[in-house]
Design a protein around this ligand. Structure first.
Ligand code: ADP
Ligand code: ZN
Ligand code: ZN
Length: 727
């Protein structure tokens, strides 16, 4: 109770910190602080930004209350966005402040924009200055367009910031001060829409109907690759915009989605507002503010875009809803697809999930009648689904150190000879996944992780794909000291490229993998190279699987279709099927028919059979049955506790105590502790406990009480993962 009498206005302010609760502050005279107001408050010796969460609790003595220092001139965070923060916190068993942190940007975004420094071409450039290719690209970007912020300029020109800086110093660029952020260009709804086919039209109309009425719904668009799913949901986007609502489109890998952005621009005349980790700080501030002020009508983003402070959100589309990238594994552990559905519930608006290979979770929701479904069974126009064949590698095993079967090699040669394009898919970066000593069998392993070091021959080093550790290949074996005794085992994309050089002289290949290929410029360059014929063979990893449209591509060869099936993960089959189906879906998207060849040592495996027969129903039914019989998601609830820390003994002790303190009762079961799939990761030892419960049990309170029963020392972390992706 407050010790003094007399009225004093107080508010609870939630800070973007992992604290258990919001804190009380006194309201200065004359300051209007409605719930949702963005404020600055003192905390310890620092000033923090926070959000008014409600009236004060009255629990803090008046003498100890501090005052709100400042209110920012912005519309308050809407009620629905605040309940979303609370609900996500409760669902994921995280402090609300940790969730709020994902909704706030830096202080810079809360204040009206200050003038910013930008560049334009110098009116009178000095003569005789050398123009590298990068410098010429920078000038070309500025040729047709307004002045650009330095970082934007570098990004659009595909060069480093130092190039831009050097050009300014050389007098090739001139500084201009922009008054603030440019106004956000608005989508043009009067532009012609695609001429939809009959089925497309029907699906679009159904979606438009859900947008037209107020109310929550979730609809799955289940359609084969190339059936026009994007085209169709654009119509729902247009309908929501026409109703004056904001729209959010979540993509799994927004940084690689240049093609999607171009299509959006073709349909709506502008690029949408982007939200993902590759934005510059200035872009982040501008985009956050544009959302909060309602200027941004369409946002396209990665999972974190869910938490932006939308004023009038009225539609969420989750494209490639099955993708694991929607699961955030650090900090607040959440599944963005599921939280999007929750957001739709709270906001009373439709959610559209899109996939050619829907997750079992979503299909179970369809089956139970919780989600509606719309089908697009055929490719648009004359394009046909590719023919899929499995190559039995037990019969066609290539020579030692070679990885392409004669059948696959001939198919590539034939395709290239016809002037068409081919792709060799192998989901492994680098040259070889394992380097071992021929004399003593010593394996080169990461010092920080339970993982082998992958040789990257082009870069001339070994690399850990989990923690990024790098090392040179030693001259002598660290174990037996033999000289140059190392053997590379197994293929990565670089090794496939080497084999192509030796066996397919007509191939003009390029490697497409995340370590060497990123950003819109890379995709534009690749598209140009394919168009001009400078490249006719793509050798790449899973970044080739998604969303891209390569019209001349008619053959996809999967070098190792079995790769994802190893290990004990019960989701392995589902995930492998999704990935290979998506990869195969890159073939034959235009007039020429496509084909897919799968190299497998297990051609009878249900995943291969399903892909070959293009018949997923039986496969999904048996996968679903396997989950149902074990009481696993989506038929039961699952929570993983990951115990980690640098000290193995402490980690084991906490894991053991958690095992002993596990909740008990009907419909509940705890497995473990056991080593987590990566028992050592970035120098932290990891143990895992799995908590299974019947669907009707509310797991969050049980887990909260469970973890609270165990003393956890500061050097050990217990991470709670509701609905873990792997199990
Ligand atoms: P999906 O999202 O199902 O893979 P897309 O929407 O990307 O399918 O469509 C595949 C290709 O077909 C794209 O190049 C798209 O522009 C084209 N397309 C689809 N529907 C139409 C249509 N009704 N009119 C013209 N082109 C279309
Ligand atoms: Zn490592
Ligand atoms: Zn050795």
């Amino acid at each position: 109770m407050a010790e003094d009498s007399g009225p004093i206005a107080t508010v609870r302010v939630l800070l973007p910190l992992p604290l258990a609760d919001a804190y009380d502050y006194a309201v200065p005279d004359g300051m209007d602080l409605p719930p949702g107001a963005y404020v600055e408050v003192p905390l310890g010796r620092l000033q923090r930004i926070g959000v008014v969460w409600g009236p004060g609790s009255g629990q803090v003595a008046r003498s100890r209350l501090k005052q709100v220092a400042h209110r920012f001139d912005l519309p308050p965070l809407p009620e629905v966005a605040r309940s979303f923060v609370d609900r996500v916190a409760r669902y994921t068993v995280s402090p609300p402040g940790a969730v709020l942190r994902m909704s706030l940007s830096s202080t810079g975004a809360l204040e009206p924009p200050k003038p910013v420094l930008a560049y334009r071409r110098a009116g009178m450039p000095p003569e005789g200055v050398k123009l590298s290719a990068a410098r010429r690209r920078v000038l070309a970007v500025l040729e047709d367009g307004p002045p650009r912020l330095p970082a934007e300029l570098a990004r659009e020109a595909g060069c480093g910031g130092s190039v831009v800086k050097g050009m300014a110093e050389a007098g090739l660029l001139e500084v201009v001060l922009l008054p603030g952020f440019d106004p956000v260009p608005q989508p043009d709804l009067a532009r012609p829409r695609a001429n939809l086919g009959e089925t497309q039209r029907e699906v679009a109309d159904t979606l438009i109907d859900t947008v037209a009425i107020d109310g929550y719904s979730t609809t799955l668009i289940d359609g084969v690759t190339g059936s026009g799913k994007t085209e169709v949901y654009f119509e729902a986007v247009a309908a929501a915009l026409a109703r004056g609502r904001q729209v959010l489109v979540l993509l799994p890998e927004i940084a690689l989605s240049g093609h999607w952005l171009d299509r959006f621009a073709a349909r709506f005349g502008v690029r949408p507002v982007e939200w993902h980790s590759e934005l510059t700080p200035v872009q982040r501030r501008r985009n956050w503010r544009a959302v909060a002020l309602g200027e941004a009508r369409v946002v396209v983003g990665a999972r974190s875009a869910l938490f932006l402070p939308y004023a009038e959100l009225g539609l969420i589309v989750v494209d490639e809803e099955h993708e694991s990238a929607f699961k955030q594994e650090d900090g607040v552990v959440y599944q963005a697809r599921d939280m999007a559905v929750l957001r739709g519930h709270l906001g009373g608006f439709p959610v559209i999930l899109v996939s050619a290979t829907p997750s079992l979770e979503t299909l179970a929701n369809v089956e139970a009648g919780r989600y509606a479904v719309q089908h697009l069974p055929d490719r648009h126009g004359v394009a046909q689904m590719p023919a899929v064949t499995a190559i039995d590698m037990r019969r066609e095993s290539p020579a030692r150190g070679r990885f392409l079967s004669p059948t696959l090699r001939e198919a590539v040669a034939e395709t290239l000879a016809k002037g068409e394009q081919a792709m060799l898919f192998l989901n492994r970066r680098g040259y070889a996944p394992l380097t071992l000593c021929r004399h003593c069998g010593h394996r080169m392993e990461c010092p920080n992780c339970t993982a082998w070091l992958v040789e990257h021959r082009l870069a001339g080093r070994l690399e850990c794909h989990h923690c990024g550790h790098r090392a040179a290949l030693p001259k002598t074996c660290p174990s037996c000291q033999s000289e140059s005794s190392f053997a590379a085992c197994g293929p990565g994309v670089e090794r496939i490229a080497e084999e192509v050089d030796a066996t397919l002289p007509e191939a003009r290949w390029t490697i497409v993998a995340s370590d060497t290929f990123s950003g819109p410029q890379a995709i534009a360059d690749l598209t140009a190279d394919l168009d001009s014929g400078a490249v006719n063979l793509l050798i790449g990893t899973q970044i080739l699987a998604k969303g891209h449209n390569f019209p001349g591509l008619t053959l996809v060869g999967v070098v190792d279709a079995d790769l994802g099936l190893a290990g004990g993960d019960l989701r392995a089959a589902e995930r492998t099927w999704q990935l290979l189906h998506q990869v195969g879906g890159r073939a034959g998207r235009a007039e020429k028919p496509g084909r897919v060849l799968l190299q497998s040592f297990m051609p009878d495996h249900p995943v291969m059979q399903t892909l070959v027969a293009n018949d997923r129903d039986g496969f999904l039914a048996s996968e679903a049955e396997a989950r149902r019989s074990r009481g696993l998601p989506p038929y039961g609830k699952l929570v993983a506790l990951i115990v980690s820390g640098p000290d193995r003994g402490a980690v084991d002790r906490v894991a053991r105590e958690l095992g002993q303190a596990a909740p008990q009762g009907d419909g509940i079961m705890v497995l473990g502790p056991a080593e987590a799939p990566l028992a050592l990761l970035r120098g932290r030892h990891r143990r895992r406990l799995l908590f299974k419960a019947d669907r009707r049990i509310a797991v969050q309170p049980l887990v909260t009480e469970w973890v609270a029963r165990v003393q956890v020392p500061g050097i050990v972390r217990v991470q709670i993962d509701i609905d873990p992706y792997s199990f």
